[in-house]
Design a protein around this ligand. Structure first.
Ligand code: UD1
Length: 430
């Protein structure tokens, strides 16, 4: 089993390039099969979840051509099946986007119930409510969601809760429905806007993405397009918090600073200096870090996907901080692991009370999920001594060349797959 072995203590310094947004890319890949012409997608992150999605699209007949590791051409005219199920697709969350895409194009879809990181209960009732409102019959049977319709008709949908996945899924299905659809209480995340922009590039008519109300006028069909995916705000934020936790000075390049405002605001509150450029953000850490309060909220609030990384920084801040997790109830699983490194954090319900400590000490920890895993790597880079992070396949679902990027910033981190390699790393750095 692969692990990261880390010798902490080096302030991270330098420049790093951020890749395309994984969560936007997953939806865009599904949406690409909705056209019967060739779609070229650039700035695709080369991570495991993306490769699982590409495989799923290929399995239903779409032509998938990898131009290079970050560019793909997809042609959906060859799709011959509407059933999506395999061992891997069941493990990713975004498989549900194939429901909206196939239902919208073929009025028919059957997709395995989505998996994803175990960060809490993750119902898809709002997705199904949306499909039903568009006129589909939806049934869950034998672990599969089956949706079919004679025709999809535009409608008015109010989402009881702000949901990124439901907003995007309904938007995709409605893009090819007859008539006009309105989604109220829509999610406003940058990747919702990115998927809407992509669909519009293919000829869809979607207005209002990025606001509470999205209006979609259904079109007959979608056509060829070339599209470049937006930068990953979560990958960017991860490196920004890594700079803060290690006392470093990192310029994160190829980002949209506006998408990082919540992250930037919290870094300023803990005392870091943050400089914004057109497409880059520089974080200069401070010492000591100050305590603060954080509540996760839908965009433009503080992202739940950045919460564990923020927790690592607050664990090293002076005084007492709190984090309130309002989106997913199981997002504090990194706390027990971080305790092994000397953190002093108590979790009561959906609130973590964080008593800052002067330093973390290296330990053997295990990545409980994607973002918590990334957070523990940051803790290891900040810690005194050696940290080993197990179960890094979670991290590889969403971060491309994670260890390589940290090494570029001066971090001492290596991916290893045996005790012998751990020893070799220790020898090399001693
Ligand atoms: C997506 C992201 C995930 C991120 C999350 C919130 C992907 C693949 N995953 O997940 O990384 O943490 O957005 O930014 O893009 N809910 C319902 N019913 C539904 C759908 C959601 O009650 O039908 C609830 C969820 O339990 C949660 C909240 O709504 O409490 C937000 O979930 P949602 O935005 O849908 O998250 P995901 O699409 O699962």
């Amino acid at each position: 089993m692969d692990q990261y072995v880390i010798k902490g203590g080096n302030p991270l310094c330098g420049e790093i390039e951020i890749g395309g947004a994984k969560n936007a890319a997953l939806a865009i890949l599904a949406a690409a099969v909705m056209a019967d012409e060739t779609i070229t997608i650039e700035n695709l992150p080369n991570v495991r979840d993306i490769n699982v999605m590409l495989q799923a699209i290929e399995n239903i007949g779409a032509h998938v051509e990898r131009v290079d590791i970050h560019t793909v051409r997809i042609n959906g005219s060859f799709v011959h099946g509407y059933t999506v199920d395999n061992e891997y697709i069941r493990k990713i969350r975004a498989s549900y986007y194939l429901l909206g895409a196939l239902l919208g194009k073929y009025n028919n879809a059957e997709v395995a119930l989505p998996g994803g990181c175990a960060i809490g209960s993750r119902p898809i009732d709002l997705h199904l409510k949306g499909f039903r409102a568009l006129g589909a019959d939806v049934e869950i049977r034998h672990g599969m969601v089956a949706a079919s319709a004679k025709e999809l008709r535009g409608t008015h949908i109010y989402l009881d809760k702000v949901s990124v996945g439901a907003t995007i899924n309904i938007m995709m299905a409605a893009a090819l429905a007859k008539g006009r659809t309105t989604i109220e209480n829509a999610a406003k995340e940058p990747h919702v806007v990115d998927v809407a922009n992509f669909l519009n590039c293919m000829g869809a008519s979607i207005r209002g993405a990025g606001t509470d109300v999205i209006r979609i006028s259904g079109v007959e069909k979608l056509h060829k397009a070339e599209y470049s995916i937006i930068p990953d705000q979560i990958e960017a934020g991860t490196f920004m918090f890594a700079a803060a936790a290690t006392g470093g000075d990192v310029t994160v390049k190829n980002v949209i600073p506006k998408h990082l405002e919540a992250t930037t605001a919290k870094l300023l509150e803990v005392g870091c200096r943050v400089e914004e450029f057109d497409d880059a953000v520089r974080v200069i850490a401070c010492h000591p870090l100050h305590h603060t309060q954080v509540t996760t909220l839908p965009y433009p609030g503080f992202p739940t996907d950045m919460q564990p990384q923020m927790g690592i920084v607050l664990g090293l801040s002076s005084g007492t901080s709190t984090i309130t997790e309002s989106i997913f109830e199981n997002r504090f699983k990194y706390v027990d692991e971080l305790a092994k490194m000397g953190a002093n954090i108590k979790v009561e319900g959906n609130i973590a009370i964080i008593y800052g400590v002067d330093r973390y000490t290296g330990a053997r920890v295990s990545a409980p999920d994607l973002r918590a895993g990334a957070a523990l790597v940051i803790a290891g880079l900040a810690a005194e001594g050696i940290t080993i992070v197990d179960d890094i396949y979670y991290i590889e679902r969403g971060y491309e060349a994670f260890d390589e990027k940290f090494r570029k910033l001066g971090g001492l981190i290596q991916k290893v797959s045996s005790e012998k390699e751990v020893q070799k790393f220790k020898l090399k750095i001693s």
